[in-house]
Design a protein around this ligand. Sequence first.
Ligand SMILES: Cc1ncc(C[n+]2csc(CCOP(=O)(O)OP(=O)(O)O)c2C)c(N)n1
Ligand SMILES: [Mg+2]
Length: 585
Amino acid sequence: MSVITIGEVIKRVLEKEGIKYVFGVPGDQPYPLLNAFYGSNIKFITFHHEATAAHAADAYARVTGEIGVVLGTVGPGAANLIGGVYPAFAEGIPMLVLTAQNQVNRSYPDKGSMQALDQYSLFKAVTKWNAVIYSWDRVIEIVRRAISVAYSGRPGPVQVDIPSDILHKNIDEADLIIPERSVLESIGRPSPPMKSIEKIAQILATSERPLIHPGGGLMRSGGSEELQIISEYLQIPVVTSISGRGALPEDSPLSLIPNSYGALAAQTEADVVLVIGSKLGDLDFFGRPPIWGEYDKQKFIQVDTLPENIGLNRPVEIGIVADARETLILLSDVIRSKYPPVSKRERNNFYKEYERQWLDQFSEQSRSNEVPMHPLRVISEVRKFYARDSISVIDGGNTAVWAHYANRIYKPNSFLSTTSGDSGHLGSGIGFSIGAKLARPDKDVYCITGDGAFSMHIGDLETAKRLGLQVTFIVLNDSAWGMIKSGQTLYYNGNHIGVDFEDINYAEIAKAMGCFGERIKRPEDITDALKRAKKSNLPAVLDCEINKEVIPPDFQTLASIWLEGCDSPPKAAEKNMEQMAKENS
Ligand SMILES: Cc1ncc(C[n+]2csc(CCOP(=O)(O)OP(=O)(O)O)c2C)c(N)n1
Ligand SMILES: [Mg+2]
């Protein structure tokens, strides 16, 4: 009889699912699982913080489309994971979260064990599905089911809570049958009804001013090529949500940068909008006029894998619960077989021109020679340096807004950001960069980050170093929680509270961890520093001293979205906007 542990069984299930990495932080309770990774094909990568490990699993999944796996120990380990699981939940990223739990006879309910925590309840709010394994003979079934659920419908994180006595249980290997990986192919996502496809095709092909609005759901389903085919065939402009950026190259003639003047004009003027894989959240102004068209003049068609997203924020003419890519494949077939191509839509030139005017606002600052440096100058130099298909990781507050102006995205899944997406969660930059580089070692990965966000998980620079990953972190250092400080400047007469740090030289911290580091003060030094960083073959930190006073032009708009309906700051915001309008006139 050959004895193996349940930890070994879980590892074998993961192997059959094609898992290559498990990210996490160890503990006593998960010993058998850790031991199973010893010498195995699955690499266990240890982090300094569970949230960073989960961010890495998240980015790995975003870039590869394959589920990310993360492990935390009982109590504190599980609690620390939440920060990394929540953004994945918010953005529909498949992730398997394995948590160790105290022995079955001590937990649910707890008898006073150290590190006791009701992890089942804790993860309910940030997972699609979760389960505790009370009986060792259900382990294969439950881990399998968890993975299937993570991929199915709208993807998302799932959690499996495994008591330590189950993990340590010894069984006879001869009793073990692990079925081949089969569920994933069969689960799939819902297909659209052909009747609806015919109708949508007809509406798009015969409307005067159609618009397509793809979101993160399109990114997850991988339908960018089909999107491009339809948009080119019918000359339909595309404005993505922030999570959908990269669905079309942002310099393509039919793509309009979200929130640019061109995008806003197209949104208000369209007679029909195909929303595909987006719930029209607050960064899409909930689909409301005047940012979108009037209710009686603009039809909405919505495709989403989640029924509850359909018509969530704006009534729809047609709503179908279906996979984005599959819908676009069928739509493009019907459109191309039944309707002639559109050669030109005059109005598209106007939108593009209007987009250019929006971009022009930033061109002077993007070339600015000022010292301390303007954030836009730094970001522009960085974007110029890297190839179009590089992976951009964006983290930070004002930093993320500046990056929106100057860091163009050209490829699907090459824009990784929680701060510009649904959770707005700071601190994912280092974990995301590690996960992305492991997923695509052949691509350059760079991270533009605020100093506050960067400092949250800086211990994991060592992880990048240990793994030998060349990623470059460009830290926009204003020694502050800049975005919050901006609000206090504008709305609270500059009474700054809880927003300032002392000066930290992040390049020196990087060097202490064996990474490459340089502090940059002058804009003319940026490009050479980027070259040296890349050549070093090490994780690199370029600590950029930036102008601490500048506030992104859209700050007020964002604040008015986030604080809409609240009494005092929006009133102050309105006053400030009036003031600004007067100054500008
Ligand atoms: C985890 C988390 N905590 C707090 C916030 C609130 N918050 C939003 S922006 C911001 C400041 C970010 O500072 P930094 O990363 O230095 O970027 P900067 O705004 O200075 O460019 C904070 C604290 C958040 N979004 N996420
Ligand atoms: Mg800052």
